[in-house]
Design a protein around this ligand. Sequence first.
Ligand code: 4AD
Ligand code: MG
Length: 460
Amino acid sequence: MIKNLINAPELPKINMVRGWVRTHRQSKSVSFFDLNDGTSIKGLQVVIAPETKGYQEVAAKITTGASVIVLGEMKDSPAKGQRYEFHASEVRLIGESDAENYPLQKKGHTLEFLREHLHLRPRSNTFGAIARIRSRAAFAVHQYFQDRDFYYLTSPIISTSDCEGAGAMFRVTTFDLDKVPLTSDKKVDYSKDFFGEEASLTVSGQLEGEAYATAISKIYTFGPTFRAENSNTTRHLAEFWMIEPEMAFYELKDNQELAQDFVLYLIKDVLKNCDEELRFLQEREWTSNDHIEVLQKVSESKFETVDYTEAIKILEKSKTSFEFPVSWGIDLQSEHERFLTDEHFKGPVTVINYPKEIKAFYMRLNEDEKTVRAMDVLVPRLGEIIGGSQREERFDVLLQKMKAQDLDPNKYSWYLDLRRFGTVPHSGFGLGFERFLMYVTGMQNIRDVIPFPRYPGSAK
Ligand code: 4AD
Ligand code: MG
């Protein structure tokens, strides 16, 4: 891989390199091309004499985007700018690239332009860097939990329960949509559908996670989740990846500590292993010019914690005029979240104990009977990256809460069973993987941190 060749501590002994041409500079005495295989920002400089075997025949076709195999050897580079270069003894053109129509030219493109070419944008330095950071961060997620006695749970993608109760689910069916079977009272007859009942793509693996945490103690899921909310924002996707740890015997405080430790671990891991990528994104000015410095500071800090009730007071006292008026009981809007993180606390903050009305049925009711043991981790620029809670482990209270939110207890009887048989306090949270990647890469649009973004109007 070119990354290893250009960074090798000693002159690498290899006789072949391959990849895609970025630029080709021809001259009478000697030609150069910049060869890249997507493993690093910097490419390998290939040096070719005019008489090199195979070169004259294909020289005109060695254009940006063409793929080549080059035989030869590595040498120390006499020029500044690279330590080694590759001296060609034979050049083989593998795939021509229609230079005139190749969308990626040498000049930098806008992110909007690149979003129109989802299949080619990974060949740009920006999306190559993001792809590598994403891969590293996913590895770090597994490493973090595996090192701490969590078991990886693959929760189902097709689900018959709506965990967040938001009703924003994509239906899964094999019905012929022109001939949907109806019951005698003209409702869709799901008993005739593939699963014999209404099924959807999951919005969260949490409920199934609870079944396993209350059996094998500590689990985490890491998989795709789906939400059919019609949110055309820079922070929402219809398909995104979520990491959901769930822990038996954890209370809210333990949950908060784990969330903070986990996020800081991930930030440190990416800072350590993706330095070249982060620097490139910062130099390319996709991020603020102190992005890396800020991340380093955060990675050594502690998150502030604030009660929802206190947060409302802070917002009410602020001189900012918000578009959405503030009063106890509202759901925090992104302008409120950003005031808390960017203006007031100037860093990540965990908001806890939200009003029960604005949170999901499974959260544990506090003694005040007005709030639940919820926690949202908010970060500057972006707002919520984690949502979690201590779960309601008391059978009667949970049943009451389900009824209050119009959920059919019969449909959730398996979930109630977890409280019937050996119930324990337990907690968990969900980290939106793309939200985290936005935070760590500094990218401003969630559509740029997932390879093929799905959002209203687009599933290209
Ligand atoms: O706050 P949410 O809805 O929480 C849950 O789904 C819980 N079941 C998690 C748990 O306790 N196990 O979502 C969790 C996180 C959010 O904080 C956000 O980072 C991300 O998932 N998220 C989205 N990311 C991208 N696009 C969307 N439409 C998202 N909705 C939520
Ligand atoms: Mg949430």
